[in-house]
Design a protein around this ligand. Structure first.
Ligand SMILES: [Zn+2]
Length: 429
C-alpha cells in the first residue's frame, strides 16, 4: 500500500513529465491497481469472515412467525438458534434490534437472573415485536425446565425466571431387547435422556453394562411434552418395569412430601448404598446416538474381586459414596483408587489408566461420581478394571452382597402409593 501512495505522490509532484501516452499508461496502471485493491479487500474480508460464512445459514437458525391475530399483543415473533461463533451483543442488535444502550441496560437488569453474555450453543432465544422496531419481550430457555423472560419497561427492562409451560401427556414405551438396551429403547420412541434415566433408576438392581440379555424387556410410562404445539424434551418417568433374565423390577415415581423418588412394588425406596456396577451405563452410553454394543464382560475371582474387561478409557464411577483413602500408584494394582464407604465398607478400583480430575485422598465422592478410567497399569495383561469390596476388612462378593432396602411406606402414604400403582398396573403389563 505504501508503494501505491508513493506512486500517486510522484505522479502528482511531477506532472510536467507527463505526455499523453504516458498518462494513459499511468491511468491504466492505476485502474489495475485499484481493481486489485478492491478485490483484495473482499478477499481479506472473506478470510476474516469465513468462520461465520461456513456456519449454519441464517435462514436455518432464524424463524420468523407473523402473528395474524390483530388483537394479539405481539405482531411478530423471531426465534433464533444460537450457534458457535455467535456473539451475544450481536444477536441482541441484529435479531432484537436493540441499540448499544439497550444492551447495556439489559445486561445490568438481568445480572441477578441470568448472565446474557453466556448464551449456550443450540439453545433458542425468542424476540417478540409489537409495533416497534425494537423487540419488547425476549425469552431465553435457561434449561429444559426454566425460561428467562425479559420485558421492556420504558427505557428499562424487567427480568424474571419462569417454569416452562408444557402440555403433558402420559405415554407408554415398550420393547424387547434384541440388540442392546440403549438402541432398542431409542427405537421404542424414548429420547436419549429418558433412556439414560431408566438406566439410573434401575442401577441399584441391574448392571446395564454386563447383565442385559437378548429377550429382556421393558415398559416405561413417561411424560411426553409439547410446547406451543411443538415436540419438546420428555418429562419425568412415572413408572417403569424392567425384566432382566426373567426377574421383574418395578419403579414408581411417588411424590412423597420431602422424600419424592422411585419406589419398588413393595413401596421401598430403590436407592441403596451400592450401585450394581462401578461402570456407569450413563457415562458409557451418553452421547452415542448410534447402535453400539459395549464389549464389556466380567469375571469373579476366588478372592471376590471382579475383573471387568472393558475398553481402555471406559469411565469408572464410585459404586457408593465415600471418602478417598488413596488415589495413587500401588505396585501390581497400578493406578488405584481406594474409598472408605459408610457402614464399614471399603472399595477398590485397580489398573486405571488415569484418575478423575482433582481426585485426592481425603476428598468426598458421591455415588455414581466419576473417579477414573479403565486401563492396564500394574500387573495386567489387557485393559480391565479390578473392583473389590470389603466389609470390615474382609472381602465380600459384590454380586452376592445382601444390601438391605429401606423400610416400606406405611399408613396413608402406603395407601396413596397403592392407588398410584393401580393406576399404572395395566400399562406395565
Ligand atoms: Zn485384575
Amino acid at each position: 500500500m505504501n508503494q501505491i501512495y508513493s506512486y500517486q505522490r510522484k505522479d502528482a509532484v511531477e506532472p510536467k513529465k507527463n505526455r499523453p501516452e504516458r498518462r494513459l499508461v499511468h491511468w491504466l496502471f492505476f485502474l489495475l491497481l485499484a481493481f486489485f485493491l478492491f478485490k483484495g479487500f473482499f478477499w481479506i474480508k472473506g478470510m476474516f469472515g469465513q468462520r461465520r460464512v461456513t456456519e449454519i445459514p441464517l435462514a436455518q437458525k432464524q424463524s420468523i412467525e407473523t402473528v395474524p391475530d390483530p388483537n394479539a399483543k405481539y405482531s411478530q415473533i423471531l426465534n433464533y438458534t444460537i450457534s458457535a461463533g455467535d456473539i451475544p451483543a450481536d444477536i441482541f442488535s441484529s435479531q432484537g434490534k436493540l441499540d448499544a444502550n439497550d444492551t447495556v441496560v439489559l445486561l445490568a437488569a438481568s445480572k441477578d437472573a441470568y448472565d446474557f453474555t453466556n448464551l449456550k450453543i443450540g439453545r433458542s432465544i425468542r424476540f417478540y415485536f409489537e409495533n416497534e422496531v425494537r423487540a419488547t419481550r425476549i425469552e431465553y430457555d435457561r434449561d429444559t425446565e426454566r425460561v428467562i423472560i425479559v420485558e421492556r419497561a420504558g427505557d428499562d427492562f424487567m427480568v424474571r425466571e419462569e417454569k416452562i409451560n408444557y402440555n403433558i401427556s402420559k405415554e407408554t414405551a415398550k420393547g424387547t431387547i434384541n440388540n442392546f438396551f440403549y438402541a432398542d429403547a431409542l427405537e421404542s420412541g424414548l429420547s436419549e435422556s429418558t433412556v439414560l434415566e431408566v438406566g439410573d433408576i434401575f442401577s441399584f438392581d441391574v448392571d446395564f453394562t454386563t447383565e442385559i440379555q437378548t429377550g429382556d424387556s421393558f415398559s416405561i410410562i413417561y411424560e411426553k411434552r409439547t410446547r406451543d404445539g411443538e415436540k419438546a424434551s420428555d418429562g419425568n418417568i412415572l413408572a417403569a418395569k424392567f425384566t432382566n433374565v426373567g426377574t421383574d423390577y418395578f419403579a414408581y415415581y411417588f411424590d412423597n412430601a420431602g422424600n419424592s423418588g422411585y419406589y419398588d412394588a413393595d413401596g421401598r425406596v430403590l436407592e441403596r448404598q451400592f450401585l450394581k456396577a462401578p461402570l456407569s451405563y450413563r457415562h458409557i452410553s451418553s452421547g452415542f446416538t448410534g447402535a453400539r454394543r459395549h464389549p464389556i464382560t466380567r469375571k469373579v475371582s476366588a478372592h471376590y474381586q471382579i475383573d471387568y474387561a472393558a475398553p481402555a478409557g471406559t469411565p469408572v464411577v464410585a459404586s457408593a459414596g465415600g471418602t478417598v483413602i488413596s488415589a495413587s500408584w500401588s505396585g501390581g494394582w497400578g493406578n488405584m483408587v481406594r474409598l472408605e464407604n459408610d457402614n464399614g465398607y471399603t472399595t477398590h478400583f485397580g489398573h486405571l489408566s488415569a484418575f478423575a480430575k482433582g481426585l485426592r485422598s481425603g476428598a468426598r465422592v458421591g455415588q455414581g461420581q466419576l473417579i477414573g478410567y479403565v486401563g492396564s497399569t500394574g500387573w495386567s495383561t489387557g485393559p480391565h478394571l479390578d473392583y473389590g469390596i470389603k466389609l470390615n476388612g474382609v472381602p465380600v462378593n459384590p454380586l452376592k452382597m445382601d444390601m438391605p432396602k429401606g423400610e416400606p411406606l406405611a399408613g396413608d402414604e402406603m395407601r396413596q402409593f397403592e392407588e398410584l400403582k393401580k393406576q399404572y398396573g395395566n400399562l406395565l403389563e
